[in-house]
Design a protein around this ligand. Structure first.
Ligand code: NAP
Length: 313
């Protein structure tokens, strides 16, 4: 029979690690289940400049490494597994993974969100062959090439700036004529000589032989289509998508209450519709998805789990 934990935390991004830290520190027996590397979105973020008390120039991976270490210190156990199904119907919550089954009195859902696809024709064919959703992972492949970035939010502009360290020219393709990114981020981008902007534009179609080398961009105001081809000497260019996130919540459909986009409904204390099941971080409905709010959610969820378990005894 598998061990019955007090708390299982599903996901090891900032919210899951904070939940694990608080649960472990409360002496709850805690298991963190993560399918890939720790950090979620932050693992692929080049610079975190707005986490209070963070080190200037700190990267996502280094912040996460410190969070992971701190969580381990307080005794949270770890397992690497992909959860395939959940059963939250009884007092003991069950999670079935590819490698094993896990049981706990409480579960904290911290599975976060993943990048929204660009949404152009032929996209799937060129992912990993010119199209990427992670500048930290793939920027070096585009050393001295031209690169395009789709999006106008914090992620698009920050990651475009990071790409200027590698690419010879970086062009932001944005569907409106004004960026959504924070003003401080915009100011840096407008000053960067390698940055260019295509306003009121979306990518309609991508093409190439083995690798991405042309695309059709549509003007959102006039409908005009423009074909962009790789410089013949390059034979390729990069296209990075940063147009927001989609929640990683399909596993809980029909079990946990969500909105029409798949974000989980919680109250201010991270309670879902099922007693003993909490949601924390980007996966839940909230107004600000940042490391600081994710970590706060995780701390609240673990504290609520502690109270729930105390009431069971
Ligand atoms: P976001 O803030 O939701 O911005 C998404 C951008 O993509 C917007 O500019 C949006 O255009 C555009 N977009 C959305 N759907 C599109 C589509 N189908 N086609 C073309 N463009 C589309 O997402 P994000 O930048 O990934 O950030 C996600 C969250 O992480 C946010 O809460 C953000 O603040 C946070 N974040 C923070 C930092 C930081 O503070 N340093 C860094 C990265 C991310 P419109 O503007 O026209 O809507």
């Amino acid at each position: 029979m598998s061990k019955l934990y007090d708390v299982i935390v599903l996901g090891a991004g900032p919210s899951g690690l904070a939940a694990g830290l608080y649960a472990g520190r409360s002496r709850l027996s805690t298991l963190i289940v993560e399918k890939g590397q720790d950090g979620g979105q932050i693992a692929i973020t080049n610079e975190i400049e707005n986490y209070p008390g963070g080190v200037v120039g700190d990267s996502g991976p280094s912040l996460i490494a410190r969070m992971t270490e701190q969580t381990k210190k307080f005794g949270a156990e770890r397992v690497s597994d992909v959860i395939k199904s959940v059963d939250f119907s009884g007092d003991v919550k069950k999670l079935v993974g590819a490698k094993g089954e896990y049981e706990a009195r409480c579960v904290i859902l911290a599975t976060g969100a993943f990048p929204r696809p660009i949404g152009c024709k032929n996209e799937a064919k060129y992912v990993g062959k010119g199209i990427s959703f992670c500048a930290t992972c793939d920027a070096s492949f585009f050393e001295d090439f031209e690169v395009y970035v789709v999006g106008g939010g914090d992620a698009a502009v920050e990651e475009a700036m990071y790409l200027t360290k590698f690419a010879r020219k970086v062009t932001i393709i944005h569907r409106r004529d004004e960026l959504r990114a924070a003003k401080s981020i915009q100011e840096k981008a407008f000053k960067n000589p390698k940055m260019n902007f295509m306003w009121n534009s979306v990518v309609d179609e991508v093409d190439g032989d083995e690798i991405l080398s042309s695309m059709v961009v549509k003007n959102t105001k006039t409908g005009e289509l423009t074909t962009i081809k790789a410089d013949p000497d390059d034979g390729m260019f990069g296209l990075f998508g940063f147009i927001g996130l989609l929640p990683n919540s399909h596993l809980f459909e029909g079990i946990i209450d969500m909105d029409e986009k798949g974000y989980i409904k919680t109250d201010d204390n991270m309670h879902t519709n099922i007693p003993g099941v909490y949601a924390a971080g980007d996966i839940r409905i909230k107004s600000l998805r940042q490391v600081v709010t994710a970590a706060a959610d995780g701390a609240i969820a673990a504290t609520q789990a502690e109270k729930y378990i105390a009431n069971l005894k």
